[in-house]
Design a protein around this ligand. Structure first.
Ligand SMILES: C[S@@+](CC[C@H](N)C(=O)[O-])C[C@H]1O[C@@H](n2cnc3c(N)ncnc32)[C@H](O)[C@@H]1O
Length: 389
């Protein structure tokens, strides 16, 4: 009964144009892996008024739009099975449905906590992350003078937005202090470094201190000039080798497409300085490729060069993730942007994990045993990161 009453309130609110939002929380073990919440809100599209379901996974968001009947069917399937809690907000009343451990539903309602107008704009999420009119985007060649994204920079723009979505999600999981100290190692022309600063400062309300570390002095000069003209006082770039960087404090370490073992140098710096969040998008994987002498059942397959190359990438990044786990991090490895936009699209994220850290030596031993087993099977003497750690 409480479930059907909740669904009836949802239907009524939507049909009356009074649905502000609905959130599903407390995922059970039946919920898809890494799905933390689902946020629903009305959205006006060409097809009419639909309901956007924003599925918030650990490291990404996925949005699907449904009509009212489909939405009610999805809610009915998920509530009490995949999620134990649902909150419905209207300008008149709030409704809360929760399920006890033995599946008993309870519905409650109270005075409205939100009195805002119903927002049905389609691109609200994207607008929230970055303002395309920001002058630095023009200075770095991503937008034209009137603030529209240039046609030849569409991939870059997509990549920037995806990157910020991932950061937003990691910060929800692993909050940082408002004056977060961040290093972006191998910052290049700085698109992603500027995007991160703008997002943290102007959208999230942080006062971050971000340092871009880059070997090429010309790029460092360009980035510092652009940071000054954008009045980004907490953003600076230095011309230095990653291995020489010694921060006083480091909360987040970023290394995007830093070449080959430069990624390992950056990861080691993150671990050494106890960064709570580490994000790396590896580039080429030459070190392990040269070391591979496969002795396991994959040997007949890996005599083909291209397959060996791909295997080398998998092993390099897989061992990186295991070594981070040995250091007390929770890790994820995933494709952060479609291969259609760039082939360098694997991302490794690591967040300091108190539970893992409490397991101390056991956790370390288990992860290192897995690394040793992999190395033996593929005839690898040493993974560069292992030596650094
Ligand atoms: C492919 S670019 C990536 C730039 C940027 N992170 C991005 O994803 O758009 C890699 C950058 O890392 C820099 N780099 C490589 N090894 C480095 C090292 N050991 N120390 C500092 N910078 C390094 C290179 O000069 C280059 O600009």
């Amino acid at each position: 009964m409480p479930l059907s009453q909740f669904l009836a309130s949802f239907r009524h609110a939507f049909e009356a144009g009074r649905l502000l939002k609905c959130t599903l929380g407390k995922p059970t073990s039946v919920a898809p892996d890494d799905l933390k919440n689902v946020y629903l809100r009305p959205v006006a599209l060409k097809k009419g008024l639909l309901i956007a379901f924003n599925y918030r996974y650990k490291n990404r968001d996925e949005v699907k739009n449904y009509d009212l009947n489909e939405s009610l069917e999805h809610l009915e399937t998920m509530l009490g099975k995949e999620f134990l809690n649902a909150d419905l907000f209207t300008p008149d009343r709030d409704f809360s449905l929760s399920f006890s451990k033995n599946g008993e539903p309870v519905l409650s309602s109270k005075k409205a906590s939100h009195h805002i107008a119903v927002d049905t704009s389609h691109d609200r999420i994207k607008q929230r992350l970055l303002d395309p009119a920001a002058p630095w985007l023009h200075a770095l060649g991503i937008t034209s003078a009137n603030g529209t994204v240039r046609s030849d920079a569409q991939d870059k723009w997509r990549q920037i937005n995806k990157y910020l979505e991932i950061i937003e999600s990691l910060l929800r999981e692993c909050p940082l202090p408002p004056d977060a100290r961040i290093a972006d190692m191998g910052s290049g022309k700085g698109y992603l470094t500027f995007a991160l600063y703008d997002f943290l400062k102007n959208r999230m309300g942080f006062t971050p201190q971000i340092t871009g570390i880059e070997l090429r002095p010309k790029l460092v000069e360009l980035c510092n000039k652009t940071a000054q003209s954008a009045d980004f006082q907490g953003l600076q770039f230095i011309s230095q080798d990653i291995s020489e960087f010694q921060p006083e404090r480091l909360d987040m370490l970023i290394a995007l497409h830093a070449c080959d073992t430069a990624t390992d140098l950056a990861l080691a710096a993150g671990v050494r300085n106890k960064a709570r969040i580490i994000i790396a998008a590896p580039c080429c994987h030459k070190q392990i490729r040269k070391e591979l002498h496969t002795r396991n059942e994959l040997a007949p397959v890996l005599r083909h060069g291209i397959l060996e190359e791909r295997q080398a990438e998998i092993i390099t990044d897989g061992i990186r993730a295991l070594l981070l786990e040995a250091e007390g991090y929770k890790t994820s490895v995933f494709e952060f942007i479609s291969t259609e936009h760039t082939a360098k699209n694997v991302m490794i994220t690591a967040t300091a994990d108190e539970k893992q850290q409490k397991r101390g030596d056991d956790r370390r031993r288990e992860a290192l045993e897995k690394v040793a087993h992999l190395k033996a099977g593929f005839g690898i003497k040493e993974h560069y990161l292992e030596g650094l750690l």
